[in-house]
Design a protein around this ligand. Structure first.
Ligand code: UT7
Length: 335
């Protein structure tokens, strides 16, 4: 039965599975030294990044999303043929349309399933969790697949040393299901946007004006790193504190802090300003770089696979980036 017909019945949302995938090819700091005027020491000191994974020429974001979902299916021994909605968070879809979500639907042959991509840059995965939670709480849908997937290497300017050292490719996925019992796993949500500062970080293939200035139209990422850095350590820290306050929880109640992996120095500054300790913080920056909408599920799934994340633990996931967007969620891990 397509769950749409259940509209009006309220349920809770629980997370029932997770998977992830990164492409095989690795781009090291030493490789980047051959492309631009940079060095391993600078990259490690300023960003904490050592390697990133890069998609093959014929490998696109939907392929990475499919691989992450396949990984989830195999690990949890589940079928997803009754998923009734797929949300893919990405800034690097294979095409503007059809969506990545529709390509995942097609690959797994899921019938009677709604699909949509959302684009909230590095806040995409947490924004998608918020949307999936709303779909499940409304009672309109029973099983929602949430994917964060990126092939940022395809839109990275490998002549710009200030950005090309940062970005990598990868994908993560979680399954969220309606439950008619218990409390639900999404405990609190928070979003904020500063669209007036969108020109600080963009990717455009169309002629456009942002913040009163004509922007570059080469289809590659353009970033004012210093300004985005300042915004992240001040505004994002404030928002993490607001999310905690509104939830009625404190850092002591949170077992894992998972901020977007933009830069290790940003993560350290966020920890200092929010009171989280680094040993309670998960990141995917060191071996994967900044993978935008994929960075949070990659960090979370590494910890799940390592056995560090346990049933009943609470975690604060916070995405932030181009837009400038912010989206945070506090979840309980009930797997
Ligand atoms: O995920 C979405 C959100 N994005 C972010 O959060 C990114 C935020 N920004 C950053 O992570 C950092 O600003 C960067 C990593 C991009 C840059 O680090 P920074 O410490 O802010 O460096 P900077 O831009 O202040 O540049 C310092 C120096 C400059 O040289 P001068 O002017 O001091 O002589 C740069 O030209 O470092 C130079 N530089 C480099 N040197 C070696 C810039 N990039 C490189 C490089 N290798 N790759």
């Amino acid at each position: 039965m397509n769950a749409n017909v259940r509209s009006g019945v309220r349920s809770n949302a629980v997370i029932t599975a997770i998977g992830s995938y990164v492409p095989e090819r690795i781009l090291t700091n030493a490789d980047l030294e051959k492309l631009v005027d940079t060095n391993d020491e600078w990259i490690v000191q300023r960003t904490g990044i050592r390697e990133r994974h890069i998609a093959a020429e014929c490998q696109f974001t939907s392929h990475l999303g499919v691989a992450a979902v396949q990984n989830m299916i195999e690990r949890y021994n589940i079928s997803i043929t009754d998923v009734d909605y797929i949300i893919a968070a990405t800034s690097t879809p294979d095409a503007v349309f059809p969506s990545v979500a529709s390509q995942v639907q097609s690959h797994f042959g899921i019938e009677g399933c709604g699909t949509a991509d959302i684009q909230a840059a590095c806040a995409g995965f947490t924004a998608a969790i918020q949307l999936a939670n709303g779909l499940l709480l409304s009672g309109a849908y029973r099983k929602v697949l949430v994917i964060g997937a990126e092939t940022l290497s395809k839109i990275t300017d490998y002549t710009d040393r200030t950005t090309c050292i940062l970005f990598g490719d990868g994908a993560g996925a979680i399954l969220m299901e309606a439950s008619d019992e218990g409390q639900g796993d999404v405990l609190a949500v928070y979003s904020k946007t500063d669209g007036a500062r969108g020109h600080l970080l963009y990717r455009s293939s169309l002629s456009s004006i942002l913040g009163g200035e004509e922007i570059k139209t080469n289809g590659l990422i353009v970033q004012n790193g210093r300004e985005v850095y300042k915004w992240a350590v001040s505004q994002v820290a404030e928002s993490v504190n607001t999310l905690l306050e509104r939830s009625g929880l404190t850092t002591a109640d949170i077992d894992w802090f998972i901020p977007h992996s933009a830069n290790m120095r940003i993560i350290e500054a966020l920890c200092e300003r929010t009171g989280f300790t680094l040993d309670k913080t998960l990141s995917s920056i060191k071996w994967y770089g900044n993978t935008s909408a994929a960075s949070i599920p990659l960090a979370l799934d590494e910890a799940v696979k390592a056995g560090s994340v346990r049933n009943g633990q609470q975690m604060l996931l916070f995405g932030f980036g181009g837009g400038l967007t912010q989206a945070g969620v506090i979840i309980r891990w009930s797997l």
